[in-house]
Each structure stands twice: as structure tokens, then as C-alpha cells.
Ligand binder design. Structure first.
Ligand SMILES: *[C@@H]1O[C@H](CO)[C@@H](O)[C@H](O)[C@H]1NC(C)=O
Length: 491
């Protein structure tokens, strides 16, 4: 029984007032643009912090060059599906002499030593901040904008920084009129590192290092979330590890020589899949050293490390550099184990995929922390929900190949040549979505295609694009259709 006491009433009133204040603040507060975030912690503006950081890092990178010719690949690896219970031996196709091997090993060790001990290598981010980063330019910019709208659709309020390679990719009207309202800011990488120092496929790790955020969600321009991604930063497995990655379809094809160079034990092929870096989470507070080593692997990626880490397998590039940097310096991470799923439709000549579905790490961790590994035995439990879609092949840019122009297997065409959905299979994967994500995605694509304020450099005939998208929408999504999959689990 509660007894009335004036003191308690006062507490209650204060608590209610505080709650109202907090709610009002929450309702009317919008995150400030990234450029204005850190004012107390840093007097120096972001661009100056970035330049100072790069000046120091570049010298260290150049000082510890691998010091030998590029490794030779005898033959490229054939992509093999990952098998968690039995596997083929690790492919070993790199030719590298003993002297070269020793040179790479020494440079690797001395680089790590140097970045650990260089006091002047001050991180650029503001402590306590979090945000999402991506890169976009040219025909990726419309795709990025659809992804950004999908992000906001989830209710996410994370500030966003989008990196463009150089001034040629910067689109003033999008960057100043469209993105700020969506909480996103454009940054130009060549302003920091100069022209042609860093190519597109190396951009990721540098964008992460140059970003003003401390806790980071990386999303490729063609990836979007199904729920607020900030949830992932507040829960395990991110909270205890500070780094979460997602899998590719394929088995690892890292050369045994890489492990020798980085002085690590050679892991079994069954340990985990190769990684897919369309999305990852990382904290610079806990994984600064990992990122600095990943920067080394990317800086010397085209000449040495990409080859060592993939041996010419599908998607050779930065994909393995993040996890391997973490293992090489002994920092923890959680690699989502639930298999990535291809989304697409059945065609007469078999399944044709145009996107990938990646799972919720919170749900994956809930299973694996109980010793339930669906990757070994899918019958142990139900799969976690889908959290990200990577719509990568082809890109869902309505001014390009998506409708079949110059693209024989247009994902928007049914086998009989009529227009339809791109994602109608596999049905069990679509049921893990919980909602009609394809319709939502096209709603956003339609909005930006038909908004006269939105003008992309690469869209010469904007009115045509809008008309095309509207007619596709009317045919496929306006009314329920027999082709429509079910998006919720039954029973
Ligand atoms: C893994 O390999 C074993 C042995 O070859 C095979 O029985 C099993 O079906 C494979 N699993 C998958 C998921 O491919």
C-alpha cells in the first residue's frame, strides 16, 4: 500500500517534469550535421584534424613499404562455397621468394610498431560520437540516396557522412540541397589525401579513419537496413567486442604466406566464411590499431595484400583486410555466422540472384553464445531475422540496367518478359524480412526519381526515369499480385 507523503509527491512531480522535458527534447531534437558535432572536445576543425592525421600516417605508410616486387599468382582461386564441417585444403597459389617473404614480414612488423608508438598519429574523431559512413559518386549517388531514404524510413537518426573520391564526384545540388535534410554530409577524400592516391576499392578504411565518428556503421551505397542500425551499437555482440562483420558465400582463400608475413597461426578453413564488407561495425575507441593495419593492407593492397588475402577469388579487394588486421593485432571481433542468402527469382535456367540478405548479429549472437551454430547444422534453431539487404547486382539505379536495358537478365523482368518483382525467392528467406521490403525500396526510388528538386549529374533524362519508374510501380506494386511473396512466418 502506498502512503501519501509530500516528499514523495514532489519527487513524482519532478520526475514527471523531467520526463516531459526529455520527451520534448527527444521529439524536437534533430541530430546536428556532423561538421558541428564536436565543439567541446576539439577546437580544431575536422578538415584540419584530417590533414594533420594524414600527414603523419602517410609518412609511416611510405616508410614501411613491403620492399619487394608484387607476389605472383600461379592461378586464380575458384570460388568455393563455405563448408563449416568439412573443407578442401587451403589454396596456396602465390609465388614469393624467401627474401621477399622476409622483407614483407619485417615491414609488417615495423609498421605495427611504428603506428603503436607514434604519438603524433592523433585520431580525428570526437569521443562519444556515432554515425554511419558510406561512399558514393557518379551512378552510385542515386543508389546511395535510396539507401539513405531506407535508413531514415527505419526511424534511424544517426548522422551520416558520405565520401566522394574527388571533386569530379561531388554534386553540389545533391550535397547542399538534398542530403542535409536527410542528416547526411558530403566529404571529398582527395581534399585530404590529394588526387589519385587512393582508389575506390581502397576508400573504405580511409573514410572510416577520416570520419568524425567514433562508433561507426559502414554501409556500401547499395546496402540498406530493415531496422534502426543504432540498435546494433547498443547490444551484444558489438558492446563487448567493438567490431562486427558479415560473411560472404565463399570459403576463405587467404594465402598461407599471408599468415607467415603477419606471424599468425594458419586457421582451419572451417573457422569462418570469407568476409563481405558491404556492412560492418567498428569502434575507433577499441579498434584504432586494427584500422591502422587495415589501412596498411589497403594502401599496399593493389601491389601486395589484396592478392595475398584472396588469391584472385571473386571480389578480390578490401574484403579480408578488416578481420585479418584485427586477428594480426589480437583485437576481438564478432563475425556473424549465419549464412548470407542470395535474393532473386527462379528462372527457367535456375535461380538468378540480384541481392544479398545479411542477418541480425544480435539474434546470431543469441544462438552462438548458447553453442547453437546454424552454419554447421541449420536444424538447431530458427534463423535470426534479416537486418541488411545488399542490392548489388545490378545496382537498383532506375536510369541504368535495372530495367533490362543492356542487361540480359534484368531482375525486374519475369521469364515471360513481363515486369515483376526482383525478389520472389527463396521464400523462407523472404519470410524472415517481416515486411515487404522490395515495395518499400521502390517507393523510395520512385520518390527520388520523381522529385523535381533532385538532379543527379548522371541522370540526363530525369523525366523519362520518373515515367519509367511510375509505370513499373503501377504494374508491379500498386495492386496485390499473384507473384507477391509472403513476408511473415506462419504459425
Ligand atoms: C560439407 O561437406 C560435407 C562432406 O563433403 C558434405 O557432406 C556436406 O553436405 C557439406 N555441407 C555443405 C553445407 O555444403
Amino acid at each position: 500500500m502506498s502512503v501519501f507523503r509530500p516528499g514523495r509527491l514532489r519527487t513524482l512531480l519532478c520526475a514527471s517534469a523531467a520526463l516531459i522535458l526529455i520527451c520534448t527534447f527527444y521529439l524536437y531534437w534533430t541530430p546536428p550535421p556532423a561538421s558541428t558535432v564536436p565543439s567541446t572536445a576539439f577546437e580544431v576543425p575536422l578538415t584540419e584534424r584530417q590533414s594533420a592525421f594524414w600527414k603523419v600516417l602517410k609518412v609511416i605508410l611510405d616508410t614501411h613499404a613491403p620492399n619487394c616486387p608484387s607476389p605472383t599468382l600461379r592461378l586464380p582461386v575458384d570460388a568455393k562455397h563455405f563448408n563449416a564441417t568439412a573443407s578442401d585444403p587451403r589454396p596456396d597459389y602465390i609465388l614469393l621468394g624467401n627474401e621477399e617473404l622476409q622483407a614483407m614480414k619485417d615491414a609488417h612488423a615495423s609498421y605495427i610498431n611504428d603506428v603503436k608508438n607514434t604519438r603524433k598519429l592523433r585520431p580525428v574523431h570526437a569521443p562519444g560520437t556515432r554515425g554511419l559512413i558510406s561512399t558514393a559518386g557518379g551512378s552510385y549517388l542515386p543508389v546511395f540516396l535510396s539507401s539513405l531514404r531506407m535508413l531514415r524510413r527505419t526511424g534511424s537518426t544517426l548522422p551520416v557522412e558520405v565520401y566522394m573520391k574527388d571533386a569530379t564526384e561531388y554534386e553540389k545540388s545533391i550535397c547542399t540541397n538534398v542530403l542535409p535534410d536527410l542528416g547526411a554530409k558530403c566529404l571529398i577524400l582527395s581534399d585530404i589525401v590529394g588526387k589519385d592516391t587512393i582508389q575506390h576499392y581502397q576508400l573504405k578504411v580511409f573514410a572510416v579513419l577520416f570520419s568524425s565518428f567514433e562508433e561507426i556503421i559502414w554501409m556500401d551505397a547499395d546496402c540498406f537496413p530493415l531496422d534502426k542500425p543504432e540498435i546494433l551499437l547498443n547490444h551484444e555482440p558489438f558492446t563487448s567486442t567493438g567490431m562486427v562483420t558479415w560473411p560472404d558465400f565463399w570459403a576463405s582463400s587467404i594465402s598461407p604466406l599471408y599468415f607467415e608475413i603477419s606471424q599468425q597461426e594458419i586457421p582451419p578453413m572451417t573457422e569462418r566464411q570469407s568476409s563481405e564488407t558491404g556492412v560492418f561495425l567498428i569502434s575507433k575507441k577499441t579498434h584504432y590499431l586494427t584500422l591502422l593495419l587495415a589501412a596498411y593492407y589497403n594502401y599496399y593492397g593493389p601491389s601486395h595484400y589484396f592478392r595475398l588475402l584472396s588469391q584472385g577469388a571473386a571480389g578480390e579487394g578490401d574484403k579480408e583486410t578488416f578481420i585479418q588486421a584485427a586477428t594480426a593485432v589480437g583485437q576481438p571481433f564478432y563475425a556473424v555466422s549465419e549464412r548470407v542468402q542470395a535474393l532473386g527469382r527462379h528462372k527457367p535456367d535456375g535461380f538468378s540472384g540480384s541481392a544479398m540478405a545479411q542477418s541480425d548479429p544480435i539474434g546470431d549472437y543469441a544462438l552462438t553464445s548458447q553453442g547453437k551454430w546454424r552454419v554447421q547444422d541449420p536444424s538447431v534453431d530458427r534463423p535470426p531475422r534479416v537486418f541488411f539487404v545488399h542490392a548489388n547486382y545490378p545496382k537498383f539505379n532506375p536510369a541504368e540496367y535495372i530495367f533490362g536495358d543492356k542487361w540480359e537478365t534484368a531482375p525486374t523482368l519475369r521469364p515471360d518478359g513481363t515486369e515483376g518483382r526482383a525478389w520472389t525467392a527463396p521464400e523462407d528467406v523472404l519470410r524472415r524480412f517481416g515486411l515487404d521490403i522490395e515495395k518499400a525500396y521502390w517507393e523510395e526510388i520512385k520518390t527520388l526519381s520523381c522529385d523535381p528538386e533532385i538532379k543527379f549529374k548522371t541522370w540526363k533524362a530525369k523525366t523519362e526515369v520518373c515515367k519509367k519508374v511510375e509505370s513499373y510501380w503501377d504494374t508491379v506494386f500498386a495492386e496485390p499480385h499473384e507473384d507477391d511473396p509472403k513476408f511473415v512466418e506462419e504459425g
